[in-house]
Design a protein around this ligand. Structure first.
Ligand SMILES: Cc1ncc(COP(=O)(O)O)c(C=O)c1O
Length: 363
């Protein structure tokens, strides 16, 4: 069996664990703890099965129209994908020649690096895009707010970078609904020639299982994505459900507000307990445990108590945990488990202090 050389040596992307049990506290893949809009249930229960006999609308026309209208642009500047991951994979094929490279922030969404490896091109990670990128870089993926850090970059900085950059900039706004700003007006502007803003229904709309993402950008770039996509990339059920969720702005706004409120309270609770928390504009926090505790050990301890958070080994990320914001109750369960863990440590430290030290032999 012949497998391409670069695929043979590829280490595939490892998604966050999806435990089988529903009983666990799952704070490891930035899903939304609240259910999708109740209007989604109504669409599903009244969905005409006969519609499944036919292929779905290849252009997701109704959803593209709704997204275009909401952003003051036209449907020919909107592309809908089977999750935003599909859009990223398409972009790696469409905007990058074989001898070019893909750039992103580092650390950032680790899938980018894998996509470059699948495409057999170089990936360049930079702490900030103001630092020099190689001239071969033809696609820059700027996650804003960034993951796993939760940090927010001012749209102005992204616009300035895009002006200088000769390739395509995709602003991955998977978490922008939880943030204080976004770049959508930049992407929708008619003078824009190289910025695409990408969003997903997986986070703020609570529809990660549906697999729908979209992007907005210049007509020629959107048309190029259409040329390369599978004919029927978004199924009929997904198109119908995503449309009602998108239109239910009141419900969406309420859910986002709840997550943001919990994020603020939870960040403060961690800080009070001695954690170093990077201020987050997202639906997760990236935090370093107090004292000498190792993130990896805290991760394992929590997992042992059926609380799943995310640990990314590595020089830039290995001293922290990424914790998704869940319901207030879930965050309380997590804090109680951490209190147990660190109370134990405190006790050991105190006991060690009071124990008389053994004299080394011979002294
Ligand atoms: C930064 C970022 N972009 C894109 C995605 C993928 O989202 P989707 O579910 O739409 O494929 C994720 C998922 O976690 C993400 O963190």
């Amino acid at each position: 069996m012949r497998i391409a050389r670069h695929i043979k040596k590829l280490v595939g992307y490892v998604p966050g664990e999806q435990p089988k049990s529903r009983e666990v506290v799952k704070l490891n893949t930035n899903e939304n703890p609240y259910p999708p809009s109740p209007k989604c249930a109504a669409v599903l229960s009244s969905f005409n099965l006969d519609n499944l006999r036919r292929y779905p609308d290849p252009n997701c026309s109704a959803l593209a129209k709704a997204i275009a209208e909401a952003n003051g642009t036209t449907p020919d500047r909107v592309f809908i994908g089977n999750g935003s991951d599909e859009i990223l994979a398409l972009a790696a094929r469409v905007f990058v020649e074989n001898d070019e490279s893909i750039g992103s922030l580092d650390p950032s969404y680790s899938l980018y690096k894998t996509l470059a490896a699948i495409r057999d091109v170089k990936w360049v990670g930079v702490p900030s895009p103001s630092l020099s990128l190689p001239p071969s870089c033809s696609l820059f993926l700027w996650t804003n707010p960034n993951a796993p850090t939760g940090e927010f970059a001012e749209p102005k900085a992204i616009a300035t970078f895009a002006k200088r950059f000769r390739g395509v900039v995709i602003v991955d706004e998977a978490y922008a609904d939880f943030a204080c700003g976004n770049c959508m007006s930049l992407a929708a502007a008619s003078r824009n020639r190289n910025v695409i803003v990408m969003r997903t229904f997986s986070k703020s709309y609570s529809l990660a299982g549906l697999r729908v993402g979209y992007c907005v950008g210049p007509k020629d770039l959107i048309a190029a994505l259409y040329k390369a996509k599978d004919s029927y990339n978004v199924d009929a059920v997904a198109q119908a459900v995503a449309l009602v969720a998108f239109r239910d702005c009141a419900y969406h706004g309420k859910t986002v507000a709840k997550v943001v409120k919990t994020r603020k309270a939870f960040s403060q609770s961690l800080v009070k307990r001695g954690w170093d928390v990077i201020p987050s504009e997202s639906n997760f926090v990236f935090a370093k445990p107090p004292a000498k505790a190792k993130a990896k050990d805290v991760f394992a301890y929590l997992k042992g108590r059926d609380i799943f958070v995310r640990y990314f080994p590595g020089r830039l990320t290995g001293d922290r945990l990424r914790i998704t914001i869940g319901t207030d109750g879930q965050m309380e369960t997590l804090l109680a488990a951490l209190d147990d863990r660190f109370r134990g440590e405190e006790k050991t430290r105190k006991t060690n202090k009071t124990k008389p030290r053994k004299q080394p032999p011979g002294k």
